[in-house]
Write a protein that binds this ligand. Structure first.
Ligand SMILES: Nc1ncnc2c1ncn2[C@@H]1O[C@H](COP(=O)(O)OP(=O)(O)OP(=O)(O)O)[C@@H](O)[C@H]1O
Ligand SMILES: [Mg+2]
Length: 154
């Protein structure tokens, strides 16, 4: 893993036992986020992608409420350390819609992109995309989530 990347760390698995813990993990990553990065959030309905995003936004210094309005694909938050481009592509009919929204300008731009349901636009994700996969494991309880954080390329 990581071959060919000049600087990368390896995949990391974090365990969360509550929404607050997932928020805190998101916040940690938000504190470290850099312009031009793309984070692909993968995981089933209601697994905690938005909770993670809310923590991430807090880490960027965003205090306004962050959520995922059903029919809004992109929400931009400008008040943090760098802009946050929060995409939720669940309702996208055709990945081409991403170009109409201007995705290629946001990815690699001044801010950081977080994309819920990124697997639906997998073919459009840039090479430096960092995957955040969130999974339940009911054997470990209803509030358990395994958060697998992909390598970061710099
Ligand atoms: N460990 C946990 N981490 C995150 N959320 C948790 C956890 N345990 C319970 N929850 C609950 O799971 C729900 C996650 O909702 P959230 O909206 O973040 O999911 P989502 O993946 O964004 O859903 P959608 O696919 O609809 O966008 C919240 O109600 C949250 O309180
Ligand atoms: Mg969501």
């Amino acid at each position: 893993m990581g071959m060919g990347a000049a600087e990368s760390n390896s995949e990391a698995v974090r365990e969360s036992f509550s929404a607050e813990e997932s928020y805190a993990i998101g916040r940690e990553l938000g504190l470290l986020a850099a312009p031009g990065e793309v984070y692909a959030l993968e995981g089933d309905l209601g697994v905690g992608k938005t909770v993670f995003t809310q923590g991430f936004a807090a880490g960027l210094g965003i205090t306004e409420p962050v959520n995922s309005p059903t029919f809004t694909i992109l929400q931009i938050y400008e008040e943090g350390r760098i802009p946050l481009y929060h995409f939720d592509v669940y309702r996208i009919a055709d990945p081409e819609e991403m170009f109409e929204i201007g995705f290629d300008e946001y990815a690699g731009g001044e801010g950081v992109c977080l994309i819920e349901w990124a697997n639906l636009i997998a073919e459009l994700l840039p090479e430096n995309t960092r995957t955040i996969r969130i999974e339940k494991d009911l054997e470990k309880g209803f509030s358990y989530r395994r958060i697998t954080i992909g390598e970061r390329y710099s």
